[in-house]
Design a protein around this ligand. Structure first.
Ligand SMILES: NC(=O)c1ccc[n+]([C@@H]2O[C@H](COP(=O)([O-])OP(=O)(O)OC[C@H]3O[C@@H](n4cnc5c(N)ncnc54)[C@H](O)[C@@H]3O)[C@@H](O)[C@H]2O)c1
Length: 274
């Protein structure tokens, strides 16, 4: 028996990375899945991977900045599979990069449209269907960059931080409808968003990212899919409004920072004693 038997999910950004890994994980656990993305080729590939598990899955081309597209994705789930139980707002981009005084206003707006407005729309259009189903789970991919500021990535950091409080606020609103609202804060996960599909880029990112956090390996999309499955399933039925950190420990602090001049072991007392 699968953990998501009988459930129907919509996943945005499902053509690649965490969204694709989660679609496959959900399918293996018995869910029927509507995979959505801008990238039709990757989306159809991911549908085939889901279908290979024996699950039902369809692709719906969706631009998450379009209100009509998000509504259509939710409608597709209901038309195709009769209900909606899980909405995973996951699509994302790095968006506007560089020092804040150099960020163009239109790039700020584009970042917010993909990273934040799309999450609002995903919640807005899924909630009525989740209510009809008697409850459900809304999951959003935030980031550790939403827990602490990341310089030169300020628009991204701001949008991800806003997702965390949006999650809390909406969890309060819909708890009595048995709808749970949570987000996931991944650390460094080796996906095309990071390595951009450049030759050797994935391996180089794997090595670079292994050094970033206490657990000495890069995050992988399946690490996030495992948390998404937990939040989608009844295993988390008393959990709402949370930001689940899945980051190999990077949010503990600066894993590479070590005070210089101190011995490697022993005890260091008052400095005047030397
Ligand atoms: N990779 C990381 O280190 C990391 C860390 C923290 C959070 N995140 C977040 O994780 C989520 C998934 O990213 P990923 O790392 O799997 O990247 P990815 O690039 O592999 O996947 C993101 C997907 O979103 C899709 N997408 C982008 N803009 C879209 C739009 N306007 N409409 C529809 N689809 C669109 C892309 O086509 C892509 O398939 C994002 O929200 C990202 O911000 C990533």
């Amino acid at each position: 028996m699968g953990k998501l038997d009988g459930k129907v999910a919509v996943i945005t950004g499902a053509a690649s990375g965490m969204g694709r890994a989660t679609a496959i994980r959900f399918a293996r656990e018995g869910a029927r899945v509507v995979l959505t993305d801008l990238n039709s080729h990757g989306g159809e590939e991911a549908v085939a991977q889901c279908a290979a598990t024996g699950a039902k899955a369809v692709f719906q081309r969706t631009d998450v900045t379009s209100e009509a597209d998000i509504k259509a994705a939710v409608d597709r789930a209901v038309r195709e599979f009769g209900r909606l139980d899980i909405m995973f707002n996951n699509a994302g981009i790095a968006g506007a990069l560089g020092p804040i005084d150099k960020v163009k206003a239109e790039d700020w707006d584009r970042s917010m449209a993909v990273l934040l407005r799309a999450v609002f729309l995903g919640m807005k259009y899924s909630i009525p269907e989740l209510r009809k189903a008697g409850g459900g789970s809304i999951i959003t991919t935030a980031s550790v960059a939403g827990l602490r500021g990341v310089g030169f990535l300020a628009p991204y950091s701001a949008a991800k931080g806003a997702i965390i409080t949006l999650t809390q606020a909406v969890a309060i609103e819909v708890g009595r409808d048995r709808i749970r609202v949570n987000c996931i804060c991944p650390g460094g996960v080796n996906t095309p968003l990071v390595h951009r599909g450049t030759p050797g880029g994935e391996q180089a990112a794997e090595e670079r990212m292994a050094k970033m956090q206490p657990i000495p390996r890069a995050g992988h999309p399946e690490d996030i899919a495992n948390m998404a499955l937990f939040l989608a399933s009844d295993d988390s039925e008393w959990i709402t409004g949370t930001a689940m950190v899945v980051d190999g420990g990077i949010n503990t602090g600066n894993a590479r920072f070590r005070l210089s001049g101190l011995p490697d072991a022993g005890f260091s007392g008052p400095s005047f004693e030397r």
